[in-house]
Design a protein around this ligand. Structure first.
Ligand code: HEC
Length: 337
């Protein structure tokens, strides 16, 4: 590298470090209230299981869109009523089909974990901060040898099924790494995936497709999209002391966007990760969730930690964040001028 170019990259590096630090300190997080969120290890719990006779009373309520996961599985005190202890070890079987909830258990894996969520907004942006205890594997390892640790959020403002069932409306038995995922060869043979040169099936909303290769008619998709059926997806990955943020969307496929509407930073230090998402207020792009003062967003959190990928994550039930209005977590307006 010649000298002027080298100097230029040093300057650019310094500039990016300064912006990262400025962004992290815009909000006084120490005085922002924390909401503790419980995350569960779901094994291969899919939308198909949830709406099948294997899930009995749960399925009947879900089909009618009546009660939420939390209504039946969390007490008022926040105690979990779900047999995740035996899901994580692979011991629990489904009631009718006798299928296992976890065909490939990770020895010693905890059935639940906790995260703290904080939210605030100013004149221009919404900020969400999430922290959780972690050994920081992804952060400490070399980029080439590790699976990154990661926090992902699914967000939606209007879809009533997402409000009650959260990310479970996008998790299907035929998604990659789930029990009924089709072979790479048959995925590649499908025209849609073939055009993309892709051999794996990703998350999709249950109302956008009947199965991985059966999208709903175009007119129905158009209406669903218009009615707010697209689920926004924000993610921050931690690998080799660096963070990478991504902005995507889930509808009939899970796709990352080239132009991100979300900035993400974070770090691991001593005992855990902290991650901060920053999103401009307003409607955002075509596949972004509108983030508007006075409105309420539904959010599902997923955390991949300690070398896990794909379905082997912890997930939350959906919770609501209100921008200046009451919700599970109320974001207050702050002055950052
Ligand atoms: C109307 C109440 C109801 C709702 C709503 C409901 N469930 Fe259930 N769920 C149950 C009941 C009851 C069982 C136990 C079924 C049995 O063993 O007969 C169960 C079982 C389960 C199990 C198997 C583990 C266990 O403890 O038996 C999982 C996993 C599960 N539910 C996840 C969910 C998720 C995720 C949601 C939301 C998407 C949800 N449920 C919504 C009532 C409900």
């Amino acid at each position: 590298m010649n000298r002027p170019l080298f100097m230029l990259s040093v300057l650019m590096l310094l500039a990016s470090m300064v912006t990262a630090r400025a962004f992290a300190s815009e909000i006084d997080w120490k005085s922002t209230p924390k909401t503790e969120v419980l995350l569960i290890y779901p094994g291969v719990t899919s939308w198909e299981f949830l709406s099948s006779e294997d899930h009995r009373l749960g399925a009947r309520a879900i089909k009618r869109g009546r009660k939420s996961c939390r209504h039946c599985h969390l007490s008022k005190e926040g105690e979990l009523d779900m047999d995740v202890k035996h899901i994580v070890t692979g011991a629990l079987k489904m009631k009718r089909s006798h299928g296992t909830f976890e065909p490939d258990p990770i020895p010693g894996k905890a059935p639940t974990m906790k995260a703290n969520l904080q939210a605030a907004y100013d004149n221009d942006y919404l900020y969400l901060r999430i922290e959780w205890l972690s050994g920081g594997n992804g952060w400490k390892e070399q980029a080439s040898t590790t699976t990154p640790d990661r926090v992902s959020l699914q967000l939606n403002g209007t879809e009533p099924y997402f409000r009650r069932y959260g990310c479970f409306i996008s998790c299907h038995a035929d998604v990659d790494s789930m029990p009924k995922s089709p072979s790479a060869k048959s995925v590649l043979a499908d025209r849609y995936y073939n055009n993309l040169g892709r051999d794996n099936v990703r998350l999709y909303a249950y109302y956008a497709k009947d199965a991985w290769n059966k999208p709903k008619p175009a007119s129905e998709l158009k209406k669903r999209r218009k009615d707010g059926g697209v689920i926004d997806l924000w993610s921050i990955e931690f690998s080799a002391k660096e963070t990478k943020s991504m902005d995507g969307a889930i509808f009939s496929d899970r796709l990352w966007q080239k132009n991100s509407s979300v900035e993400g930073t974070g770090e691991w230090s001593a005992t855990g990760y902290s991650a901060i998402f920053k999103r401009k207020l307003g409607n955002g792009g075509p596949d972004d969730v509108p983030v508007i003062e006075g409105s309420v967003l539904s959010i599902s959190i997923a955390i991949h930690d300690n070398g896990t990928a794909q379905r082997k994550h912890y997930v939350s039930f959906p919770l609501t964040v209100g921008l200046g209005v009451d919700a599970d977590l109320k974001a207050d307006k702050v002055n950052t001028e």
